[in-house]
Design a protein around this ligand. Sequence first.
Ligand code: NAI
Ligand code: MG
Length: 362
Amino acid sequence: SNRTLLVLPGDGIGPEVMNEVRKVIAWMGKKRAVGFDIKEDAVGGAALDKHGLPVSDDTVKAALEADAVLFGSVGGPKWDTLPFEKKPERGLLRLRKEMDLFANLRPAKVFDALVDASTLKPEIVKGLDIMIIRELTSGVYFGEPRGIKTLPNGEREGVDTQRYTSGEIRRVCAVAFELARKRQNKVCSAEKANVMHTGVLWRDEATKLHKESYGDVQLSHMYADALAMQLLRWPHQFDVIVTDNLFGDILSDEASMLTGSLGMLPSASLGAPDATGRRKALYEPIHGSAPDIAGKGIANPLAETMSYAMMLRYSFDLSSEADLVERAVENVLAAGYRTADLLTGGLDDKAAAAKGLKKVGT
Ligand code: NAI
Ligand code: MG
């Protein structure tokens, strides 16, 4: 095969959920002739144990060369006492940075079988399928100056700087417009142009880019705080939402709770297209390494499975195969199979069985 894939299972439940996805990958190879040249490597705590670094230079090189990276999760109590710069999580941050993965796609999709796992009323979330795109490599988490210093009067001062260039705004908005064309053709851009200069620039650049190249897509603007409210009031009004790093962090966490369990949420992080249109990309579940359940064989593998489906869709243009994987997830849930994280709300094993739900995992 000429498709190259780097698999980085990581720590905790990362390798467990990846093992389940391997079965789907093998099925795709056999039944659909969708094969990959797969390289596999350690990352996070596993890499610290192996090379003394949370990600080795060789692994970074392999990630830059691969068509796509499929990532599990990193971290765990074993490495928690290490200094910040040496923690397993730094491995993921270094990969994001070196691959320049500026567009973080976080779908929030509600499966019919899981409507009652949401914290919101069924009629508000039923059938929900929205996509939040968060700018991932700039903004207030990176802008200079930043830091904490002591002032002459003895007080301490903390500084973070929100900074965006027009190019940074345009490239993430372009991802949003292009994605919208394959969905409901609707983009809502969120900022705070009422009180922030970066917000004014964001709205300006989104509007300009829309006029230049994406006039066929419906574009609206909303202040990020109003959007936070609208997400809970009537989330169906949205299709694609595009926003900056900080607002995207908060809004995507909020949106994730519309859907139920952390174990259900995939993500994609995309870089800029090269001359051939190929984008660097990393796919990972939103959840972490879940040390509290690691090694018990009860982790929900669906977030990793759907991250693989996103990879098929966005890195390899295999939409019908991606649909197939997503439909399989839907079918498994409709048939009543549930990992423990989906049996919350006071459902013990007996009550779950009475509802026709079948607990899976050891
Ligand atoms: P977490 O996402 O690992 O776990 C939060 C809660 O959700 C836990 O109770 C866990 O059991 C449950 N959970 C998560 N994924 C699940 C799944 N697939 N199936 C069933 N239950 C699931 O977040 P937490 O506990 O804050 O962090 C644990 C470690 O993971 C830390 O070292 C943290 O730094 C790291 N982390 C790594 C991330 C990554 O690799 N991208 C992201 C978030 C945290
Ligand atoms: Mg967050």
